[in-house]
Ligand binder design. Structure first.
Ligand code: GAL
Length: 633
């Protein structure tokens, strides 16, 4: 497949007189896709029913006739001001019970029927008008679901929808009371209409109540997206895409992805390192202008899974952003490196955000490929270089990785609801394991929790997985590689209660969690073979073979044949040893690339991606600061 570059463009921000020149310059840069329209509702329909599509017809015509393929976004992330007058109850409410007002974006509640219907109306009009347009080669639904924490809402509309969802899910109020254990603290309900949202309670609400609310909230996002997809699909065969984000876990992306053709995500490496990752100050300083060396790759692999193999970067950071606490400029080379890293992980298209920096409004300090005065910003030349390199691109076809990591959204909600230790975070646990594997030079596939086929993998990790699905349980039964489950895997019911069998309930493994303790960062639990457990330790009973133990002799990791259960959160040293041992048993060659150098194997090439601000040497190659190179395997 031919890999391509794209750019995000807002014709409504610029005089029509410069559209053609912009389009020609995009083509000259080597860009072939352009995404438009996703925030343009106030110009498409300045007042209810007053449809103004002529300008969009012309914009699509100008871009398309320049040779660009257009991705048309539905404008539903930015309802215009008049919408609020029509639907005063459409706003989402925060957990403190305050409506989230107009004046930025994403001011809507996923469960408010009136707004979903307005979205269906405008999407239907767009789909009918442009479904057969030869220049529209892909569609994007909305923009970044849950961006600015918008998937959870505590509005009256959400409460009504939640009650309906509960009635459908549980059938009878007695079933709900039993499932949640509402006998505790006399929380039993007589009917569904009594059930409020789990905010503003005196002390913590019942975790089962919160978990149900999290599942409901995710389902509302899925439903919202599905309506748009259905209407677009009725008019076109062009692929339908959504642009997800980094470390956003409030809805089940696999569920949303099931209705879409391609997954995409918006990659802002420097912003993410600064405001989305818990790392030591030295790490943040070292990677200040490059971004974390694993964060992008983790999401590339995750969204490849969400997209069932097909994925893009829909927005790629080109220069300083505006929204992190500090917004340094990328090192020269990074706008190229990020794109190549994405291609090495199988991205079909990498689209830079945005063409020209806007001189007005919230993002006026956010770089584009062009400056506000239309002069080239530093990202432009790097994009042009990538485009040039793509001409004789290496084979970046994806091949199955030797190692897989299961990632699950419900597990994130579960442990957020019931962390038990202040720093127990599911994403973090998975990310540390992912990083540990990458430090050994390995390429990784992410798998959904209902994955039924593990064949071909030498190692599968499923840390912190709330429940083992039947599919995964069966796949593990015949798996001939090494599996590591835990900590916390399969230790609760779907309702977030303790199963009477106790956890972890793994077939053939004689191990039961007698009790669990969480400990603060000051308390380390040393392991016999070196390294420590941090944050979390489950005390196991049973006769399973012990492969790791704490210094007082209690088991830290046990196994039955190829399936291991890890009873705590290993620090970097312990994790590195555990992973190296597993690789050895599994017959997987591990490497020790220098810090900050990451490897990624495609079907035919090995990519060397240097996130360091200095040159490194490895495998007989000199790889410059912020540089990426590749050679045949
Ligand atoms: C993304 C968003 C874009 C723009 C960008 C700025 O989250 O989709 O519209 O706001 O961030 O970095």
């Amino acid at each position: 497949m031919k890999r391509a570059l794209g750019v995000c463009y807002y014709p409504e921000h610029w005089p029509e007189a410069i559209w053609a020149e912009d389009a020609a310059r995009m083509v000259e840069t080597g860009i072939s896709w352009v995404r438009i329209g996703e925030f343009a509702w106030s110009r498409l329909e300045p007042s209810f029913g007053d449809l103004q599509f002529d300008w969009l017809d012309r914009a699509i015509g100008v871009l398309g006739s320049a040779g660009l393929k257009v991705i048309l976004g539905t404008p539903t992330a930015t309802p215009p001001r008049w919408m609020l007058d029509r639907h005063p109850d459409m706003l989402a409410w925060d957990a403190e019970g305050r409506p989230r007002g107009f004046g930025s974006r994403r001011h809507y509640d996923f469960s408010y029927d009136g707004y979903r219907e307005e979205c269906a109306r405008i999407v239907d009009i767009l789909a009918r008008r442009y479904g057969a347009n030869p220049h529209i080669a892909a569609w994007q639904t909305d923009n970044e679901y849950d961006c600015h924490d918008t998937a959870l809402s505590y509005s009256p509309a959400a409460e009504r929808a939640f009650q309906n969802w509960l009635a459908e899910t549980y059938g009878t109020i007695d079933a709900l009371n039993a499932a949640w254990g509402n006998v505790f603290w006399s929380m039993e309900y007589d009917h569904f209409e009594q059930i409020e949202l789990p905010n503003l309670t005196v002390t913590e609400p019942n975790p089962s109540h919160v978990m149900a609310f999290r599942r409901f909230s995710s389902d509302m996002v899925v439903k919202f997206n599905k309506v748009q997809v259905g209407l677009i699909r009725a008019q076109t065969d062009a692929p339908i895409i959504h642009n997800y984000m980094g470390r956003v876990t409030a809805f089940d992306h696999y569920d949303v992805g099931a209705d879409l053709d391609i997954a995409s995500w918006d990659s802002y490496p420097i912003g993410f390192l600064s405001d989305r990752l818990e790392e030591a100050p030295e790490h943040k300083q070292h990677y200040l202008r490059q971004g974390d060396p694993d964060f992008q790759a983790f999401h590339h692999d995750l969204y490849r899974a969400v997209g069932k193999g097909r994925w893009w970067v829909m927005e790629q950071q080109p220069g300083p952003v505006n929204w992190a606490p500090y917004n340094p400029a990328p090192l020269p080379g990074m706008a190229r490196l990020w794109a190549w890293e994405a291609f090495a992980h199988g991205a079909e298209t990498v689209t830079y955000f945005r063409w020209r920096q806007a001189p007005f409004a919230q993002e006026q300090m956010h770089a584009g490929l062009l400056r506000p005065d239309s002069e080239a910003a530093p990202g432009l030349a790097e994009a042009a270089q990538v485009a040039q390199e793509l001409e004789d691109a290496p084979d970046v076809s994806v091949t199955q990785a030797p190692v897989a990591l299961v990632f699950d959204y419900a597990s994130q909600w579960a442990w957020e609801t019931q962390p038990q230790g202040a720093d127990f975070d599911y994403f973090r646990l998975c990310f540390e394991m992912y990083r540990g594997l990458r430090k050994l030079g390995l390429s990784i596939d992410v798998l959904p929790p209902d994955c039924a086929n593990l064949s071909g993998y030498k190692i599968v990790l499923a840390p912190g997985l709330l429940q083992l699905s039947d599919a995964l349980r069966e796949a593990l039964a015949t798996f001939d590689g090494q599996a590591v489950l835990g900590p916390r895997t399969n230790t609760k019911t779907a309702e977030l209660t303790i199963p009477t069998s106790m956890g972890p309930g793994i077939a053939g493994l004689d191990a039961t969690i007698a009790f669990t303790e969480s400990v603060p960062p000051s308390e380390l639990i040393p392991l016999t073979r070196g390294g420590v457990l941090v944050k979390w330790f489950e005390h196991l009973e049973g006769d399973a073979e012990v492969v790791e133990s704490v210094v007082d002799g209690r088991p830290a990791m046990v196994r039955a044949d190829r399936v291991h259960y890890l009873a705590g959160w290993p620090d970097e040293t312990a994790l590195d040893r555990i992973l190296r041992d597993l690789c050895e048993v599994a017959g997987l060659v591990t490497l020790s690339p220098p810090d900050g150098l990451r490897l990624r194997d495609t079907g035919a090439h090995r990519f060397y991606i240097n996130y360091n601000p200095h040159e490194v040497e490895f495998d007989g190659l000199l790889i410059g600061a912020a540089d990426v190179t590749w050679r045949p395997l």
